[in-house]
Design a protein around this ligand. Structure first.
Ligand code: 13P
Length: 650
């Protein structure tokens, strides 16, 4: 089990604590309209203050696009926050200036510092390392409590964690991740999902992931018209994404196959124009007359929804059922809010701006089990996207296990694509890391097939030169040009059959890191050395020579080691889990010597050699083994999925 590192037990006394909150609150004429996000930050902030820590808070507001703009100042937030905690909050502008740095350094317990809108900095949204470095100098402990921007890799979220060793999740972050993880993994059923909003394109991935976990899915909002059109209904002048008709049809097909109930609007509230002043026209059929626009769901649909959620044990709602911003067409959304707040036995979770506003408007938001502070973030989390900004917030014992399939010289294009499409559909990427390593000619199509998924693609080798007369070789640049920037290096088959030495591998590693690649470096002894007991010396030699001159930063961020004892590869005779654990913990101790303890802790180390569904569980349960590099068993859908499932279940 991996767990977020939480702040309860941390000693903050006298320490400056860099905290990222999400204070992106609605402000009108300088007045905060809803301070929910500020209120939600208080448990974390108060804990730090009660333990005599000195909070240095970072937050963003609006989209100032890297320019200082007083319209987007956090001054109203500083004022409100001060009122809520009963202390003065010092707002410091010009984050990168010496003056700001000096003020922060001279702050004392009891002081509360809020840095001005971090998006005034050009480097924030670009995740600029220089900005992260500057921010990291303000403190030596970091808390991320901004779930609303956890899906963004920005300097104040992901970037800064590379420069501060002590990183934690705040209380709100933990609560959001816990609730949404439960929803994903073991929600009580019946589990009913209501998804609204205007675009199929932005919600289709999450709808597909709900197919696996929900019992019923209610589709409302403008995106329902694309589904209705796909079913052959008339939708008048309603908004439709014609490019997504096929996608909608295929989704409905999958739902039917899985016997999942999909509920679409059966009647509508329409208008002749898209305008706040338009007069609502009730249309009692599924089909919409040619001159009308669908603007909201009708009363029959609301009755269908009520019936569908009756008896539900879990309900998740995201997105309005109609044009909520126009009062005349907000009824459907408001009614859904009322319905879900009056459910007796259900755990209800709501995410997304309009749905949250509707629930609040109902005055019954305290009846909701969880209101997510992140609309986009909650959807992407439920879709199964891995949030890199959270990586440093997990404890080492909780690293996700990696299952990497090294296809070697196997699988042609159609076999490879068939396999990756299967993995894409079925793998639990939130709980396991998964990678495939096809032959060079397949890198392009496999990378395309896996685009926007969390499944990684590795080459099996690269050349150490930039380009030139090296017939039959492949450069980093070319691999990168097809969207792949990861590679295996030093596989024993390359060492043995193609004469790759540690010194060549050292050059290859340097080239790969210079080109921005992630590398799985293979090491491992042969049968004789294992028998003679000289395997440790041999591994130490391989590691120190391959890693000569490699920077600690590259090692920490881009290096994975695979321990592959040659005697176990393709022989069906895997190392015992105990032997593998011993070798891997030895490798970690060598890495600690070459780099530092802390860096060695961060480097993933895999085991490879006759890994199969029968032995994977025991291998992956070893404390020091962070995953497996698999040959033979990675070529079959069934076997590979069993390996992935074993990794995810840990
Ligand atoms: P097998 O899993 O077929 O033994 O191969 C292991 C390997 O060499 C992976 O790189």
């Amino acid at each position: 089990m991996r767990e977020l590192k939480t702040i309860d037990e941390v000693n903050f006394k006298g320490r400056r604590v860099l905290i990222r909150f999400d204070f992106n609150v609605p402000v009108k004429d300088g007045v905060i309209q809803d301070d929910e996000r500020i209120v939600q930050s208080l448990p974390t902030l108060n804990l730090v203050l009660s333990k005599d820590g000195i909070p240095v808070i970072m937050a963003h507001f609006g989209r100032p696009k890297g320019e200082v703009n007083s319209k987007y100042s956090l001054a109203p937030v500083a004022k409100r926050l001060g009122e809520l905690i009963g202390r003065e909050v010092t707002l410091l502008g010009d984050v990168t200036s010496e003056k700001t740095y000096e003020k922060i350094k001279s702050a004392e317990p009891g002081d509360v510092i809020l840095l001005e809108n971090i998006r005034f900095e050009k480097g924030e949204e670009k995740n600029d390392r220089e900005l992260s470095k500057t921010l990291s100098k303000f403190a030596n402990v970091y808390i991320n409590d901004a779930f609303g921007c956890a899906h963004r890799n920005h300097a104040s979220t992901e970037g800064v964690t590379h420069f501060i060793d002590d990183c934690y999740a705040g209380f709100l972050m933990k609560k959001e991740i816990d609730v949404l993880s439960k929803l994903k993994k073991n929600a009580d059923s019946p589990f009913v999902v209501i998804v609204g909003g205007s675009k199929v394109s932005s919600k289709i991935s999450v709808l597909e992931s709900f197919l696996k976990i929900a019992d019923k899915i209610i589709i409302a909002g403008a995106m329902a018209y694309t589904f209705l059109k796909a079913q052959g209904h008339e939708v008048g002048k309603s908004m439709v994404e014609d490019d997504y008709i096929e996608t909608a049809l295929s989704f409905l097909g999958k739902a039917a196959e899985l016997k999942k109930k999909i509920i679409l609007p059966s009647d509508h509230v329409c208008a002749d124009k898209f305008d706040a002043s338009a007069v609502p026209v009730e249309v009692s059929s599924v089909d919409i007359p040619a001159d009308l626009i669908g603007m909201d769901v009708g009363s029959k649909t609301l009755a269908d929804i009520k019936k569908a959620i009756g008896g539900a044990k879990t309900v998740f709602w995201n997105g309005p059922a109609g044009v909520f911003e126009f009062d005349n067409f907000a009824k459907g959304t408001n009614e859904i809010a009322r319905m879900i707040t009056s459910l007796k036995d259900a755990k209800t979770v709501v995410g997304g701006g309009d749905s949250v506003s509707a629930v609040k408007k109902s005055g019954l938001s305290d009846k909701i089990y969880h209101i997510s502070t992140g609309g986009g973030a909650s959807l992407e989390f439920l879709e199964g996207r891995y949030f890199e900004s959270l990586t440093a917030l997990y404890a080492r014992v909780n690293r996700r296990k990696l299952v990497a399939g090294n296809w070697k010289m196997n699988l042609n294009k159609s076999e490879g694509l068939d396999l990756v499409n299967h993995i894409k559909e079925n793998a639990d990427v939130q709980n396991a890391e998964i990678a495939v390593c096809p032959q060079f000619p397949l890198l392009d199509c496999v990378a395309q097939a896996l685009n926007k998924t969390q499944i990684d693609v590795y080459a099996q080798n690269i050349n150490e030169n930039d380009k030139g007369a090296f017939t039959g070789e492949v450069s980093c640049d070319v691999v990168k040009s097809v969207g792949v920037s990861k590679t295996i290096l030093g596989h024993s088959e390359r060492r043995e059959y193609y004469g790759e030495t540690n010194s060549i591998l050292n050059k290859k590693l340097k080239k790969a890191f210079d080109s921005g690649f992630d590398v799985i470096l293979c090491v491992g002894e042969d049968k004789v050395r294992r028998k003679l007991g000289s395997w440790k010396k041999f591994l130490a030699f391989q590691l120190s020579n391959c890693l000569k001159g490699i920077s600690p930063a590259d090692a920490k961020e881009h290096l994975t080691i695979a321990y592959e004892p040659i005697w176990a590869i393709g022989t069906g005779k895997s190392a015992t889990s105990g032997d593998a654990e011993e070798a891997i913990s030895y490798i970690r101790s060598r890495l600690a010597r070459i780099f530092t303890d802390k860096i060695a802790e961060k480097i993933q180390i895999l085991y490879g050699g006759s890994v199969s569904p029968d032995n994977v569980d025991e291998i992956l349960r070893q404390k020091d083994i962070d995953g497996v590099l698999v040959g033979g068993a990675s070529l079959s859908k069934d076997k590979f999925m069993k390996l992935c499932d074993a990794a995810a279940s840990l």
